[in-house]
Design a protein around this ligand. Structure first.
Ligand code: ADP
Ligand code: MG
Length: 235
């Protein structure tokens, strides 16, 4: 379980998150939802210990920071770097094996398994710059999977990804959830939230609601979170 207590995060004294109190249970599959600037990415970074809170804390029971794998927003990843898919994905294991570890038979086997799980079989020797948007996202997923972490944190994993890729990658997350992992993902598309995520956490700089998705994504809560009435009426 991850316990978030009175969590407040500032950027240069401007609050991004204020007094968040909630719990994320082990094995939960949670969508983090909120308008632009609501503090979703900030919450993920605070959970990962990348941002120091101005007040409050994040505590882990059982699995801790070492057991987190993170999928960043894809726009934040440099694609021009001259590196192959194999090198990029295996970099996910550096934290465990050290920078100068060799491509052992075990690592090669794990690499193939992860690439085939995301539908990128036989692409390991491609340059990452050659990949389409959807293939690039699949590769980010493979790098997350190879870490074999218990807690998966994903920031907008389906943004600007085509429907086919979204469906495949949503199935990958569902398989992780079925294997008992905790999944925390920022999702913009409310239909995807409803389709795939049993739990939701709604943010607007503060916590609006957290719990079963249908109880969180009510019109009342969505209005409180500052969503446009057109979006709310669609739900
Ligand atoms: N590095 C930063 N420096 C200053 N302000 C930031 C920084 N990152 C985010 N913010 C601000 O904090 C608020 C929350 O940002 P963020 O967590 O990225 O929102 P979301 O992911 O929900 O769109 C926004 O107002 C944003 O402008
Ligand atoms: Mg964000």
């Amino acid at each position: 379980m991850i316990k978030i207590s009175q969590l407040t995060v500032h950027y240069q004294n401007i609050p991004a998150l204020e007094n968040i109190n909630t719990e994320i249970h082990q094995g939960e599959m949670l969508a983090v939802v909120g308008a632009n600037g609501a503090g979703k990415s900030t919450l993920l970074k605070a959970v990962m210990g990348q941002l120091k809170p101005a007040a409050g804390c994040v505590e882990f029971q059982k699995y801790g920071l070492k057991n987190i794998a993170y999928l960043p927003q894809s726009q934040k990843v440099d694609r021009s770097f001259p590196i192959t898919v194999k090198e990029f994905v295996s970099a996910g294991t550096w934290r465990k094996t050290g920078l100068w570890r060799a491509f052992t038979p075990l690592l090669n086997k794990q690499l193939s398994a992860c690439l085939s799980q995301v539908g990128l079989k036989n692409s390991e020797h491609k340059q990452i710059g050659e990949l389409s948007g959807g293939q690039f996202q699949r590769m980010l997923f493979a790098r997350m999977l190879i870490q074999d972490a218990q807690i998966l944190i994903l920031d907008e994993p389906f943004n600007s990804v085509d429907m086919h890729t979204t469906r495949d990658l949503a199935a990958v997350i569902q398989a992780c959830h079925a294997a008992g992992k905790t999944v925390i993902a920022v999702i913009h598309d409310m239909h995807l939230v409803k389709q795939y995520f049993p739990e939701a956490l709604l943010l607007a700089g503060r916590l609006i609601a957290k719990g079963p998705t249908e109880q969180v994504l009510t019109q009342d809560n969505m209005c409180k979170a500052g969503f446009h009435p057109a979006v709310v009426n669609e739900l």
